[in-house]
Design a protein around this ligand. Sequence first.
Ligand SMILES: Cc1cc2nc3c(=O)[nH]c(=O)nc-3n(C[C@H](O)[C@H](O)[C@H](O)COP(=O)(O)OP(=O)(O)OC[C@H]3O[C@@H](n4cnc5c(N)ncnc54)[C@H](O)[C@@H]3O)c2cc1C
Length: 321
Amino acid sequence: MKKKIAIIGAGVSGAFFSYLLNQQEDLEVDLFDKSRGSGGRCAVKRYNEDDFINMGAQFLTNKRKDLSFYFKEIKDNSLLDFFPDSIAYFKKGVWMKANDTVRYVGRPHMNSFIKHWIKGINFNTRCKVVKIIQNEKKWSLYTESGEKYDNYDFCVFSLPLTQGKVIWFQNSKVQLPEVVMNPSWALLLKSEKVDLKWRAAFIHDNKLSWFHTRESKDSNMLWVIHTSPSWTKELIDLSKEDVDKLITNEVEKLLKIKIKKIFSETHLWRFASSGENMSRQKFALDENKNLAYIGDWFCGGRCEGAMESALECFQEVKKLF
Ligand SMILES: Cc1cc2nc3c(=O)[nH]c(=O)nc-3n(C[C@H](O)[C@H](O)[C@H](O)COP(=O)(O)OP(=O)(O)OC[C@H]3O[C@@H](n4cnc5c(N)ncnc54)[C@H](O)[C@@H]3O)c2cc1C
């Protein structure tokens, strides 16, 4: 009989893990996410057919050799491009070119390769898992809206630490690394065109941490601007309107421009980036309970870290089936 596996969270780590499992025979994978779709922190805001903004992750790197095979697979499917603009680095009032790391961006959107990974997988959206219970070696998942999903031989958490640790420790004694997760506001903005020397920049020691802008189909400009963890914490309880104004002011000051807005909106990422994992543990596995925990926060907090955690865990978990 096929083994049934539940994966909670359809971001990079959960989607990649489900893709890896799906290559195996005799496994049935069910993926759950509380959102309307997949992607997690690689979310995309679409305004119409042509205009969209990548709200969270802006690019991926591929530094680990054993992930290159999987990068090639998504490149071969035309789901990755090189990041389109050269990126600046701003520190102490000085603009310089950022290092030449190869950076990829999802094509056409940042979550397109994630959708590719979960093709053919049974994906349950709007399912916020609030409880799991094991009975006679089989896991049941319970959602916020009162549904129950049964009969899983194995259950994988692929959520930020803060979102999953309570349920984990209700069911497992296996330790998780202590990793701090930091928030970030994102301002998504359409403006009239302005001339800029740099279209993308990492911003150091500032209230802002990143911006990227590109031309919209109707020759205006689409922007995404992220705030630094420390400033985000100061702004966390303000209204979205106030945050919008404050971020816009900072961008105008930084770039010495006047922004003529067409529309804008803000989004708060509560668990945007993670601090260092001092334990070097790349995933958690409870072989007695048939439970595993993966996620970017185990491996440095980037998309590549999410893939690394999923791959390392998969290599252990597949030995159990
Ligand atoms: C503003 C911002 C900028 C970033 N920039 C970059 C960048 O340029 N490059 C880079 O490599 N990385 C970047 N990152 C980090 C990158 O987005 C993450 O490392 C990666 O997306 C994490 O994937 P994940 O699957 O581990 O977690 P997530 O993407 O957080 O996925 C977890 C999923 O679990 C779901 N979930 C949570 N709780 C439940 C529940 N109880 N039940 C069901 N589902 C649940 C969530 O909806 C989510 O879809 C950025 C992140 C942010 C927020």
